[in-house]
Design a protein. Structure first.
Length: 154
């Protein structure tokens, strides 16, 4: 098993290095960038910061939020709003995120994604239309603690 060394890095340098890595990805396939982390860590800030530099390098980019793939409140809050196990296991609809966003961007996929499934504030479906990403596009997504769940990523 390869050992990865940790090193201190600024947020700006992290964005620059990730942008270079994504820009170098082959243009014949989609690129999925999954920024995982608890909301307090600010994964959305990193995912958002990747959009403009990737577009400047000629990549089409679609930003998707894990917050748009939460389960209905009746399921998320079944055990109360402070249960940590429910937060990790029941809030994010990982299956929908895989099925509607990450899976279609796998090699051989269709590129047809659903950018939002559930409006958690209104507690109803967003009714967002499907979008077809051009080949070579990048989908930058937050995933909120999906790292142990086997979400596919490039």
């Amino acid at each position: 098993m390869a050992v990865t060394k940790a090193r201190p890095i600024s947020p700006a340098l992290l964005v620059e290095e990730l942008t270079e890595r994504v820009a170098a990805w082959p243009r014949e396939t989609w690129v999925r960038v999954l920024v995982d982390g608890a909301p307090a860590a600010g994964p959305a800030l990193l995912a958002d910061a990747l959009v403009a530099p990737l577009r400047a390098r000629g990549r089409a980019v679609r930003r998707v939020s894990a917050g748009d793939f939460l389960r209905p409140a009746s399921l998320r809050l079944e055990y109360g709003g402070t249960d940590p196990d429910a937060f990790y296991d029941d809030w994010l609809d990982e299956g929908a995120l895989r099925r509607e966003v990450l899976g279609p961007l796998e090699p051989g996929g269709t590129g047809r994604i659903l950018p939002a499934l559930w409006d958690s504030e209104k507690d109803r479906a967003t009714r967002a239309p499907y979008e077809v990403l051009p080949t070579g596009a990048c989908c930058s997504s937050t995933a909120r603690c999906c790292s142990g769940g086997g979400c596919p990523r490039s």
